[in-house]
Design a protein around this ligand. Structure first.
Ligand code: NAP
Ligand code: SF4
Length: 670
């Protein structure tokens, strides 16, 4: 018996039966590009196969050099590439899993001068203009896809996924704005569809019948002149005819200016679109994007919206996701909070992916949590992300751990973050740590401000006392209209107009909170679609219509002293979403300001030589953080050695990724 009967129903694909309805979607980790990283990559997949996932898809491998994502990026093009791939397939099969290779031709998204595309039109997100493929070039490319699939079969993969979404080469053929050809591969929608369909046909011919062929189909392009829904339905039918075993779904090209996977996108926001496509085809359809809990996945399957559920990042966060769901323990899942911070943001910075809530992800061979040689008695002070990660890792290893927290609950800065509209997922991490504290046996002392004498007698002391807001000096800073960000996020009343001093991550979060009429309203797909101009019901090109952002709850100014655009230091894959969301609701963002004073009239400032008064009801200070180290200093004075982690160690550029990573690593070492 399982609480998720639809999720754990096997799926018969004819030549193979998948044990459940969970697909680990393709995710580039940065380990794919170099042969020497394949041992670590194989280990990464083996851990996920052991975790019970029904079918795994690798990160993208190019079928030829022109299709590289970047110079010397992952490819499977030669027989001598096979042995490194066998390392992966062998360990996955040994763990009882199944794995498909994703074939990804980047087309004009290739970050190199050899890139090709249907037409020589540069994408807005790459500096290289691609070469237009000649007719012969198209034939060679088709042959390369087929050859790559054959090599994948030879390397022991159970199938391939043809990457036909996110704006890569196959999409570029499909959309009128990137395909200006007037030969048999371009022109009307039917001719633009020929290349992707030919790819699937050639791949199927190359691999035979008893091999999985997944086609990842863009069901919503979210770009101007993208495909219409009717064209997408026609494509799906043609792909089925051409021999695909499964259709996976993708949402939005990389150049789209609508967010598709960040945490502010409501869960399963695109499920209705998958559902409508499922009616049109007879092969199984896989739903994807912002599905991260077994409850959500079960509901989508039970209501017939999809046949399988694809999740990629949730398996970075918790490789045991499937086993925990199967055993009826979803509360034990370390849920992906869709922050992108340690996965996609790393990949875009050419760093190895990992996971904010699970620093072991992609570091399985390097960061091992082993039982302690000798059990020690350890105090951890502060139950923010760093302290929680450290305390639970120590206790998992067999140490006796007491965790001191001066407030009434665990979470530290996460308690504030989860109040920000679009960041509700942070609450899942707190639920996870509550469960972890219980299962690892950490003794939690809430409402307890640990003193030096409390910490006597422990073998080790860890100080994770976090950060407090930086106080700033400004005439009028004690005026009653001035509030700190923590007060605001905890519900202090704010008037109809406000100015925010400081435009870092927290300034943006506070702006989002204050501009939203009801910050406690649960995220809801239809409202979100209207806000971003997404229309899944009409036949609008690319699924785009005019955005209708909700009216702002108040007049807001977001300010910083540094010149230039605000929010440039926010994270790569999420910063633009915050900027666009605030801009759409009329938040005034001003850089290069000097603060002069605060009084009854408002906030006085200068921009260059111009003096200005912002006539605001409140001024909210979001001017960064300071480490809280009083206890650490007192311990040092007494000659007690302690380990300092998280924001208490370094407030500058503090974020939860560093805090959890540092806490886990110390916990694994002591
Ligand atoms: P931050 O990113 O360092 O930003 C601080 C802001 O305050 C800057 O805009 C800075 O710009 C301004 N500032 C600094 N000193 C000032 C002074 N003396 N007077 C006036 N303005 C001053 O800090 P944060 O926004 O507190 O974010 C901290 C970290 O938390 C970031 O790394 C972020 O990734 C992470 N984060 C956390 C949360 C959360 O919920 N806990 C949310 C989002 C982000 P100028 O100096 O140009 O004025
Ligand atoms: Fe999910 Fe954030 Fe981890 Fe990426 S870093 S897998 S988005 S929790």
């Amino acid at each position: 018996m399982t609480s998720f009967p639809h999720l754990f129903q096997p799926l018969d694909l004819g030549h193979v039966v998948l044990p459940n309805r969970v697909l680990m979607g393709s995710m580039h980790t940065g380990l794919e590009d170099r042969a020497r990283d394949f041992d670590a990559l194989a280990h990464y997949f083996a851990v996920r196969a052991r975790g019970g996932v029904g079918l795994i898809v690798t990160g993208g491998f190019s079928p030829n050099i022109q299709g590289w994502l970047k110079p010397f990026a992952a490819r499977l093009t030669r027989p001598w590439h096979r042995p490194r791939h066998r390392k992966i397939t062998q360990v996955v099969h040994h763990e009882g899993g199944r794995i498909c290779l994703q074939i990804l031709h980047a087309g004009r998204y290739g970050y190199h001068p050899l890139s090709v595309a249907p037409s020589a039109i540069r994408s807005p997100i790459t500096p290289f203009t691609p070469h237009a493929l000649s007719k012969r070039g198209i034939e060679y490319t088709l042959a390369d896809f087929a050859h790559c699939a054959q090599l994948a079969r030879g390397a022991g993969y159970d199938g391939v996924e043809v990457m036909g979404s996110e704006g890569y080469l196959l999409n570029q053929f499909l959309a009128a704005h990137s395909n200006h050809r007037d030969d048999m591969w371009g022109g009307d929608a039917e001719r633009r569809m020929r290349f992707p369909v030919a790819v699937v046909r050639r791949v199927r011919q190359a691999v035979g019948k008893d091999f999985i062929v997944i086609y990842r189909l863009s069901i919503l392009d979210l770009v101007k002149d993208g495909q219409r829904h009717s064209e997408i339905v026609a494509l799906a039918k043609a792909i089925e005819q051409a021999g695909a075993s499964l259709i996976n779904t993708g949402i939005g090209w990389h150049e789209a200016r609508v967010p598709t996977i960040v945490t502010s996108v409501p869960r399963a926001a695109f499920a209705e679109i998958s559902a409508s496509l499922r009616q049109e085809i007879s092969i199984p359809l896989i739903a994807s994007n912002r599905i991260n809990t077994p409850e959500q996945a079960e509901q989508l399957l039970a209501t017939g919206k999809a046949d399988l559920i694809s999740m990629a990042r949730p398996f970075l966060a918790d490789p045991e996701w499937v086993n925990k769901a199967r055993s009826g323990q979803p509360q034990r899942i370390n849920t992906c909070i869709a922050c992108n911070q340690a996965c996609l943001d790393h990949v875009f910075e050419n760093r190895r992916a990992s996971c904010l809530v699970n620093p072991q992800a992609c570091y399985e061979t390097e960061l091992r949590i082993r039982p302690a040689v000798k059990s020690k008695h350890i105090a951890v002070v502060g139950a923010g992300p760093a302290g929680l990660a450290c305390a639970t890792t120590l206790a998992e290893r067999g140490h006796r751990v007491t965790l001191y927290e001066q407030t009434d609950d665990i979470g530290g800065q996460f308690k504030l973050a989860k109040r920000v509209p679009g960041k509700e997922e942070f609450g899942e991490t707190l639920r996870y740590f509550h469960t972890r504290i219980k299962e690892t046996g950490v003794t939690l002392r809430l409402h307890t401000q640990a003193t030096v004498s409390d910490l006597n007698g422990y073998n080790e002391v860890v100080i994770a006392t976090g950060v407090g807001p930086r106080s700033i000096e400004l005439p009028g800073i004690a005026h009653p209209k001035v509030l700190g960000y923590a007060e605001v996020l905890q519900g202090a009343p704010v008037g109809p107009s406000a100015a925010i001093i400081g435009a870092g991550g927290i300034g943006f979060d506070v702006a989002e909170y204050l501009v939203t009429a009801d910050p406690c309203l649960a995220p809801e797909p239809q409202r979100w679609m209207r806000e971003w101009g997404v229309d899944s019901t009409s036949d609008a090109p690319g699924g785009l219509v005019r955005p209708e952002p909700p009216p702002p709850a108040r007049k807001l100014w977001l300010l910083q002293r540094s010149a230039g655009r605000l929010g440039t230091r926010l994270h790569k894959t999420t910063g633009w979403v915050h900027r666009a969301s605030l801009k759409a609701r009329g938040v005034q963002m001003l850089g290069g300001v000097s603060y002069v004073r605060i009084d009854d009239a408002g906030l006085h400032l200068r921009i260059g030589s111009e003096a200005k008064v912002l006539p605001v009801d409140n001024v909210i200070v979001c001017a960064g953080q300071q480490s809280r180290r009083d206890l650490y200093a007192a311990l040092q004075k007494q000659g007690v050695t302690a380990h300092l982690i998280g924001g208490a160690e370094r407030a500058a550029e503090l974020d939860a990724e560093r805090a959890i990573d540092q806490g886990t690593r110390l916990g694994a070492r002591l």
